[in-house]
Design a protein around this ligand. Structure first.
Ligand code: NAP
Length: 434
């Protein structure tokens, strides 16, 4: 006899996208039917599926389900309660089918960060108007329940700061460069050969994918309309093995770190390479693992760590959203009604921080003094400085500054150019207090 209650009707899914995540979800629905029904009191069923190619072998039996060529048609079917969007892409069929599902009064579960980072506010408003919900746990940090933590677990906190390493590929590249002592280009090629990179690698190494995730977290954390356009983005392409070694020598690791915080001047959102203390949880993060750090006024700091991608972890997060809906949990998309989300003023990194500076100077007496004086004139004081073995006629120099603002740093960097002692463009990386 079924463990579901006699009165509860099955919850019927329509799944669009049968790739890594879509097939993972189907496997869980098929293999854990009893457990899911026991936990929700309802049977979870799949009515129909859709993808580009009907004939592709998918390693999972889709024979029992109806097939739709068009995800928009799938989204509007009468026998679909939740439209599960697992195709990807900020526009195109993912957006059209999501809108069609909401227009037809369906709930939506998606793993699509690009769609929500760009169209989240309008979709959340549409969902509210239709009495539907949109859930997107899988879109941020894969298997880590970070949306749930922020929206529910920390609902009683004013959030001070959200930080995270949320692109496993970038963290893999940076830690592999360090472990194997290999240059960026070589490790990038390795990651490509292993299939770790998106079809457009700039989504990963340019910080765009992680920036999408940060924009979503910032919206929930600060009650603001999601604004991906305001995220200051900088990828990892300019990080050299020399930087990684020098940072290590000074007790730091380099991470592609997302930071969102509300300041007096507005909402700061940045996704950029940062130095973090080697001994911190973020500093110790290895390989493709993700980590999100949440800071609330009452709870203090909590750290969530786990698999940020892959079939199982991502499908696990999609299932959590489906089960919430099956249990009758119907939260607003970004944790509060979309109509009450404020439009935040975007602020450039205004809070002072120490910086790591690396440069090559001409090997002449007085060169370093000119740099030190340019820093002094910009009001920046030096915490530590190291000069490494001279290379031919150039002298590599590392400086760790005391806390300073990004505008003072910009002023100093401009002044460096006028000194005539630089051999190449200096590198400046913010040291994040984590
Ligand atoms: N993979 C991960 O670890 C991961 C982690 C977190 C979030 N996500 C997100 O999850 C979503 C799916 O990712 P994935 O890795 O599963 O992608 P994937 O393996 O590339 O699968 C995409 C699926 O969507 C179908 N599809 C693509 N374009 C379509 C179109 N125009 N019309 C109909 N179907 C279309 C494809 O059909 P065919 O199979 O017929 O080509 C395929 O089944 C994305 O939003 C991604 O950002 C993925």
């Amino acid at each position: 006899m079924s463990k579901t209650s006699a009165s509860a009707s099955p919850l019927r899914l329509g799944i669009a996208g049968l790739g890594t995540v879509g097939t993972g979800v189907i496997k869980i629905v098929q293999s854990q039917a009893e457990l899911l029904a026991a936990r929700t009191g309802r049977e979870i069923t799949i009515s129909a599926v859709s993808a580009r190619s009907r004939d592709k072998e998918r390693g999972v039996d889709i024979g029992p389900y109806d097939w739709e060529d068009d995800a928009v048609v799938l989204a509007g079917r009468d026998d679909v309660d939740i439209f599960v969007e697992l195709m990807g892409g900020s526009d195109g069929p993912a957006k059209a089918a999501t809108e069609a599902a909401l227009a037809a009064g369906k709930d939506v579960v998606t793993a699509n960060k690009a769609l929500l980072a760009i169209h989240g506010q309008e979709l959340a408003l549409q969902a509210e108007g239709a009495g539907s919900v949109i859930r997107f746990e899988a879109a941020v940090a894969g298997g880590i329940p970070v949306i749930k933590s922020l929206t529910e677990g920390l609902a009683g906190n004013e959030i001070a700061r959200v930080m995270g390493v949320m692109n496993g590929t970038c963290n893999y590249i940076l830690t592999r460069m360090e472990d194997a002592g290999l240059p960026y280009d070589e490790v990038f090629a390795e990651a490509d050969a292993l299939g770790f990179l998106e079809a457009d690698p700039n989504l990963d190494v340019g910080g765009i994918d992680a920036g999408h995730k940060l924009a979503l977290l910032a919206s929930i954390a600060f009650g603001t309309q999601v604004d991906f356009g305001a995220v200051e983005l900088e990828g990892i392409g300019s990080i050299t093995i020399e930087d990684i070694r020098a940072a290590d020598d000074m007790g730091y690791k380099i991470k592609l770190l997302g930071v969102a915080q509300m300041t007096g001047r507005g909402l700061e959102q940045r996704m950029s390479p940062c130095l973090v203390p080697a001994s911190s949880p973020l500093g110790q993060l290895q390989g493709g693992t993700n980590m999100v750090v949440l800071e609330g006024d009452a709870v203090g700091q909590i750290v969530l760590r786990g698999a940020g991608a892959g079939e199982g972890p991502t499908a696990s997060a999609v299932m959590a959203d489906i089960l919430d809906i099956a249990r009758g949990v119907r939260l607003p998309t970004f944790g509060q009604p979309a109509s009450t989300l404020r439009k935040a003023r975007a602020a450039r990194a205004t809070l002072a921080a120490p910086y790591y500076l690396r440069m090559h100077l001409v090997d002449k007496p007085g060169a370093l003094a000119k740099i030190a004086s340019a820093l002094g004139e910009a009001g920046i004081s030096i915490d530590r400085m190291r000069q490494y073995g001279h290379q031919d006629t150039t002298a590599p120099v590392l400086i760790v500054t005391h806390k300073t603002t990004s505008s003072a740093l910009d002023e100093a960097m401009m002044a460096f150019e006028g000194t005539g002692v630089l051999v190449d463009t200096p590198v400046a990386i913010r040291i994040e207090d984590v």
